[in-house]
Design a protein around this ligand. Structure first.
Ligand code: SF4
Length: 342
């Protein structure tokens, strides 16, 4: 099986004081830890980041990654150049501090010959909690500084897209910036600011709370929208646009544990204690029956093989997202046997 165009997620902290109502990691925030880089961790990250088979390195967290900005900048410094980084954040710092963060990020990626996209949360859940809003400020910063290696985009989990669109248009107006929305599909818009195109990604709602107004994409709708976008069946892994083959989707947790994204029943190692490279990770993936099935067979087919019981349906409806599904199904003995034998 050929795997190419990998996505490396690095979750650099569990700390967050923002308190979004829907947060899936809220239980980890108070006693949470932040990533530190041991000597072996640095060596492993250098090998993983600088492989030609990596398409993007995405820095995020089970908390707010700005709370560990120092390690983010250390990770950027491990690149040998030519890499695409992404930083997913609420952008909650006061604006002067946010500008200093952008300045340092731009300095490092420019020196190394990399790029970094800052992906700002722009949905009603985050906006109502964040005092210092970064959206208008960041677009203004980009225009004033004329940067070429730093870019911005937005992400939202709002059940309809009206809030995010209106919010961004009005917020940018407060900064004297005129913007328009172009609709691209159920999962993406583009915010046009003069000649600049800033992407807006929409995710479906994980674990929708009881009473959430209808109209959000359910898991099957979300899978269908992703399939239409990449023009191929949804499997696990980093889905690259057809006809390109898919890559691996690997997540490193704040404590250094390594998993395939969405398959947290299988720990592949720890970056502080094990030697890691993409070939070794791929060997582990292919030798595990569950991971191999999820990477090679369309999820819709795998779902059709599960017994259509009330339990399975209630898990699917409750989780509402393919990447949260496996660990919830795995809690129930025997439910996943049919996939492991597939
Ligand atoms: S900012 Fe992110 S980590 Fe913090 S509470 Fe909101 S969703 Fe959770």
């Amino acid at each position: 099986m050929e795997l190419q165009g990998h996505l490396l997620y690095i979750d650099i902290t569990q700390i967050c004081g923002i308190g979004c109502a829907f947060c899936m990691y809220a239980d980890k925030h108070k006693a949470g830890i932040s990533m530190e880089l041991s000597t072996l961790a640095r060596e492993n990250l250098i090998a993983l980041i600088n492989s030609p088979s990596v398409k993007r390195i995405s820095i995020s967290g089970e908390g707010e990654p700005l709370n560990n900005a120092k390690v983010f900048h250390e990770i950027l410094n491990l690149s040998n150049g030519g890499k695409r980084f992404e930083f997913i954040t609420s952008g909650f710092f006061p604006h002067a501090q946010m500008a200093a963060f952008y300045d340092e990020t731009d300095r490092i990626v420019t020196a190394n010959g990399d790029t970094c996209n800052i992906r700002l949360s722009a949905d009603s859940h985050h906006i109502e909690k964040v005092k210092w809003r970064a959206h208008g400020f960041s677009v203004d910063y980009l225009q004033r500084r004329q940067l070429s290696r730093l870019s911005f985009s937005f992400r939202s989990i709002d059940t309809d897209r009206y809030f995010t669109r209106q919010y961004l248009i009005e917020e940018l107006q407060h900064w004297g910036i005129e913007a328009d929305i172009i609709e691209l599909g159920p999962l993406e818009d583009v915010l046009m600011v003069a000649e600049q195109r800033l992407g807006i990604d929409y995710k479906n709602l994980v674990h929708p709370a009881t009473g959430t107004s209808q109209g959000y994409l359910d898991m099957h709708g979300y899978i269908a929208a992703i399939e239409a976008k990449v023009n191929k069946h949804f499997t696990f892994g980093s889905l690259n646009q057809s006809p390109h083959v898919n890559g691996m989707d690997v997540t490193i947790k704040p404590n250094g544990d390594v998993y395939l994204y969405g398959i947290e029943t299988l720990r592949l190692g720890n970056m502080h204690f094990d030697r890691l490279d993409w070939q070794h990770l791929q060997t582990q993936l292919l030798s595990n029956p569950l991971a191999r099935a999820l990477y090679t067979q369309p999820l819709t087919e795998l779902l059709s093989r599960l017994e259509n019981t009330d339990l399975v349906q209630s898990i699917i409806n409750r989780v509402n997202n393919p990447y949260w599904l496996v660990k919830e199904l795995a809690v129930h003995d025997g439910l996943l046997d049919v996939w492991e034998a597939a």
